[in-house]
Design a protein around this ligand. Structure first.
Ligand code: GDP
Ligand code: MN
Length: 404
């Protein structure tokens, strides 16, 4: 689960990670008030207005309606409301959102931390993530902060340092010092970076996260180390014990069909093809998608209705698939193990009648307990539903429908 930058920064702060302070706002007026408050709290007189969406690249991204960037600087308190207005409610397109962009509902009003001083402010890159290959956590660090890390990895991989951490013993002090040295830091900045990395690792563990990306981490002109940006990804499997974090979920940032499917207990992933599929079991779903491709179709989705498929789940699955305008045919492939095929067949017919006005042909392949009875129910229904016994037969019917 992803959370917004403003939420992530609050969570990090709770673990002692120094952050660029800010206050979130949903209207231009609230943005102005946030700036006033921030000035009182931090003494800052420059402000950064940052679009809050679940995607990066905001600084270079553009708001369709106004041409504003997703991260802008205001050097006057009086400018904050106007600059926030140019972002709020607009559609921000960045290299991570895709061309359709994302609507911005909130902005973070943050203190300017790039103020001049004894030294130049310097941006670094830090991330912590799960390395499945070694069964450990890995800290990735680079002096090339603020840039797209994929680009750095492509053009100058030697500038990315990696430090693996055994989760059984946790981050050792020498490892935090090693990373700070690797970033070329000395003196007070070095000490601050060690503190920063240590607190960040504690936060990573404490929140059951699978990925943290802080880009940039900033060394201010007076040698403070702080998080200017924060991308936090929490492991979904831990949300049952991370109730406070689970409450930070923003469904407005997620695909609405995937949200609806989740509420019905369905495992749905939207894809770009033209054949909707509804299957029980992830392995069978993968095989079904292969079969669709084999006959020249493209799966419109992955949908696993789970082991206990019944009329209600079938109907929920139907409704979700039918909302996708690209769908030209639906292939239902269910193995009747615990559930009987005749029950599923009745469920399909029932759901079909309840929803009504289904314009795409449906091919149902039922195999297992009472398969023949199930096929008969489908064939006798008088609906635009076709039965099949083998997966190949089902796929051929899909092909015939696509070519018709
Ligand atoms: P992203 O583009 O979505 O990754 O958003 P970031 O939070 O990383 O911000 C993008 C860029 O905005 C940073 O790399 C900085 O160059 C700039 N920025 C962020 N905060 C400040 C600030 O306090 N002062 C100034 N001058 N620039 C900032
Ligand atoms: Mn960033």
């Amino acid at each position: 689960m992803n959370i917004h930058e403003y939420q992530a920064k609050e969570v990090l702060k709770g673990y002692g990670v120094r952050i660029q302070e800010g206050i979130v706002a949903e209207t231009p007026e609230a943005a102005h008030e946030a700036a006033v408050k921030l000035k009182e709290q931090t003494g800052t007189s420059w402000f950064v207005i940052k679009a809050q969406i679940h995607a990066g690249g905001r600084g270079k991204g553009k708001v369709n309606e106004t041409g504003s960037n997703g991260v802008v600087l205001a050097k006057k308190l009086e400018d904050v409301a106007e600059k926030a207005k140019n972002i709020l409610g607009g559609t921000l397109v960045t290299h991570q959102t895709g061309p359709e962009g994302k609507v911005v509902n909130k902005v973070l009003i943050a203190e300017d931390v790039y103020y001049p001083g004894a030294s130049e402010p310097k941006e670094y890159y830090l991330s912590i993530l799960l390395d499945r290959a070694t069964g450990s956590n890995v800290i990735m660090a680079s002096t090339e902060g603020g840039m797209d890390i994929e680009e750095v990895a492509e053009n100058s991989p030697e500038k990315i340092m990696k430090e693996w951490i055994d989760p059984k013993v946790g981050l050792q002090p020498f490892q935090a010092r090693k990373v700070a040295f690797g970033l070329g830091l000395s003196g007070n900045a070095h000490k601050e970076m060690v503190k920063f990395i240590t607190a960040l690792y504690n936060a990573y563990e404490g929140t059951d996260s699978s990925q943290f990306e802080i880009n940039p981490v900033l060394k201010t002109s007076d040698d403070k180390i702080l998080a200017v940006d924060a991308k936090v990804n929490i492991d979904d499997n831990a949300l049952y014990r991370q109730k406070e974090l689970a409450a930070l979920r923003d469904v407005a940032e997620e695909d609405p069909l995937e949200v609806e499917a989740g509420e019905s207990g369905l495992n749905y992933v939207k894809l770009d093809g033209n054949v909707g599929c509804m299957v029980n079991g992830a392995g069978l779903a993968m095989a079904t998608m292969d079969m669709i491709k084999l006959v020249g179709g493209e799966p419109a989705n992955f949908l696993d209705v789970g082991g206990g498929a019944n009329a209600t789940t079938v109907e929920a699955g139907f409704r979700i698939i039918l909302q996708d305008p690209n769908v030209k045919a639906i292939l239902i492939n269910v193995f009747g193990g615990i559930v009987r095929c005749d029950r599923i067949a009745s469920g399909v017919v029932e759901a079909y009648k309840t929803i009504g006005d289904i314009r795409v042909p449906i091919i149902v392949r039922l195999q297992g307990t009472n398969a023949a009875e199930g096929a008969k129910i489908i064939d006798d229904s008088g609906l635009k539903v076709f039965s099949a016994i083998t997966l190949k037969e089902a796929a051929d019917k899909v092909q015939a429908v696509l070519e018709a």
